[in-house]
Design a protein around this ligand. Sequence first.
Ligand SMILES: NC(=O)c1ccc[n+]([C@@H]2O[C@H](COP(=O)([O-])OP(=O)(O)OC[C@H]3O[C@@H](n4cnc5c(N)ncnc54)[C@H](OP(=O)(O)O)[C@@H]3O)[C@@H](O)[C@H]2O)c1
Length: 260
Amino acid sequence: MGKERLKGLNALITGASRGIGRAIALKYADEGADLFLAATKRENLENVATEISSLGRQVFTYELDVSDRKQAVQMVDQAILDLGRIDILINNAGVYKPARFVDYSPEDFDRIIQVNLYGAFHVLQLVVRNMIKEGTGSVINIASTAGKWGSMNQSAYNTSKHGLVGLTRCVALETAAAGLRVNAICPGFVETDLLNELKTHAEINGMSENEFRELAKSRVPMRRFMKSEEIADLAIFLGSDESSGMTGQSLLIDGGMVLV
Ligand SMILES: NC(=O)c1ccc[n+]([C@@H]2O[C@H](COP(=O)([O-])OP(=O)(O)OC[C@H]3O[C@@H](n4cnc5c(N)ncnc54)[C@H](OP(=O)(O)O)[C@@H]3O)[C@@H](O)[C@H]2O)c1
């Protein structure tokens, strides 16, 4: 059992069916939050919801594509109906597809921007309007180290995450006086399904997937990928009153990659 640092709070988490979003959902439930969980596919979401119910928390699930404004409006309306109020928003849904910039198809580039940036924008704007009425709320956008610097062969992803870091700063500035806090988490490599795409990086570089993984790890001073639970621990801090003086920040959690 956690320390109930989120007791009495309600959180909406997108991309909660797998990886980082799932880990945040489970840790949030353990800390006493009630949850509204969203993803594109219901099956994995229901598995997470079953685990959370066993912790004694209230949990609702919702299937949508966050890049579709109409679906985002319906989801946020439903979340407010189910939870009554949204205290914490975790904008986590995201996709990743590496390719050389010169080869990037406009359709693939657009899809990554639509999900990672516009998807976050839609949910953020709709939830923030409600939080302003309540006079309180904490938003956590899951960005990336890719929002802080350039990376080889993932121009669309880095563009989307730079946009999300910029959006975090602007919305934080416009909502601070209303009692809201808006921060971002910028993870380095985290061991989730998303890293299956490292095989594409490997192909581009003429390596095996394992060779590319070892190369990637060798570039992390801690010599390992992060765990989803480590990202979730930071999300607890940012969601709770422990970070009550912080807004507009984009916090790196990257095993020290920023140092090299
Ligand atoms: N893993 C890393 O190394 C890493 C590093 C830095 C930042 N991040 C960021 O962390 C976030 C979570 O990544 P992850 O590694 O946990 O990825 P993941 O395991 O691939 O999970 C992605 C989640 O996003 C959901 N999702 C994808 N597209 C969606 C859409 N259009 N609408 C609604 N939900 C959608 C997926 O739902 P379904 O299960 O229904 O498909 C899934 O729940 C992403 O924003 C990612 O960019 C990851």
